[in-house]
Design a protein around this ligand. Sequence first.
Ligand code: 3UK
Length: 514
Amino acid sequence: PSLQFPEQLNCATELLDRAVQRGWGDRACLLAPGIRWTYRELQERADRIAHVLVQDMGLVSGNRVLLRGANHPMLVACWFAVIKAGGIAVTTMPMLRAKELSTMIAIAEVSHALCDATLVEELREAQRTAPGLRELCCYHDAGPGGLEAAMARHDVPFVNVDTAANDTCLLAFTSGTTGVPKATMHFHRDVLAICRCWPPHVLRATEHDVFMGSPPLGFTFGLGGLVLFPMTIGATAVLLEKVSPPHLLEAIREFGATVLFTAPTSYRAMAQHQELLHQTTLRKCVSAGEALPPATRALWRDITGIELIDGIGATELLHIFISADEATARAGATGKAVPGYVAQVVDDAGQPVPVGTVGKLRVKGPTGCRYLRDTRQRSYVKDGWNYTGDAYFLDVDGYFHYSARTDDIIISSGYNIAGPEVENVLLLHPAVAECGVYGVPDAERGQIVKAYVVLRPGYEGNGAMVKALQDFVKQSVAPYKYPRAVAFVAQLPRTTTGKLQRFRLHELESGYAP
Ligand code: 3UK
């Protein structure tokens, strides 16, 4: 891909204004229940909001603007407005509470915020302990102080700030499991670079496609898949506030979605509704956020005839850097480095390991990790390589196979065991709907493998089931990997981005409130 960019560059100009200039103005850009905005309508709204930011809220370039709301066309208009005005968009997840928001406001030095009125309570509370946030305006607010009223007073086009390609335009927080959240900085050119790597080489969608999915726009998986990538090609995206599997399925049919972005757990849940799935117009389905078990790939293929496009991405790298399209997909493998990126599996000394040996994944490409004032930068980036924290191995054909998060490798009686490998086996058992495998402390073995299992309806979690699952694992992989402990649970702790929170699995039975 061509990854050369001029020195001066504003990604909002390239993605939004350029789309209208190219003659896509009247095409459907963003849909939502009851809403249909063309590219021109999105541009007009973004321009009005940019005027509000600059003229009414005193924004100057470099100011950080927190964006808070469920996926909705207005949130996208706000995102573009901030970037047009030379500001830095600080995207957040809607479910965050005041305490988390105030930490983020402090870390990112947020001065302005645009917020969905229905979610403003927590932000106002955060503001009390984070006074750096001076200017707050709400959309979906019919009152005189709301964003809509302010927008109505500005009706001339906005002249975008002439930013440098290497100016930061986005601060995205990692979905950090523990500890202080990390903000990752991304430049205007990074936003355009990801649009030139994975989408044209792996996804290969067309202007006729209708994109849809569950990831929030505060998660870069969602920002790319539901906004940046469809807009690069003049396609349409549907933004949904409710994205639980039944809602998603319903919306896929209602809007005629053709390209879907969601996590493995959501594919498994949707697969329980075979009849509904048979009536969809889906043609491309992307899985990311956590490893795709071979059982899930097969299940989805059997029901829909569609081979899932798996891809590993990271907030630090902005989007997907290892993936495989439908034709080259291989069960159990994530794929190969996306054009533009280089990936390796190395040992602790940074030497590539032999085929089949598990090592650390490291990646290089047009995007990369820049933590905002955080000492953890040193451990993520070394010698220009990004160490994602994932353990991988390569097969003879150069495919990358996910093993586990490096921190999550279970060490039991001296054996290294990757929890996801055991999960992959358990998911092949007809009784298992969801499962998480984790190492729990054990006096004799150091750690033992423990499986937390959600059973499908009609199965009972008793001693016989424990034995059956243990035998099932022993038959498929080296017996030392079998779960010595099995707990049956109603559901697993997951982030709203679909990631299993392994560190919280043990809380399920220690009596902690989940
Ligand atoms: C894990 C995967 C195996 C992996 C993301 C697509 O997930 C995204 O970003 P996060 O910062 O997490 C990054 C970590 O998640 N992971 C993600 N996808 C896969 N593991 N197979 C996969 N397909 O541990 C990685 O280091 O939340 C995903 C696009 C943008 C993203 N930000």
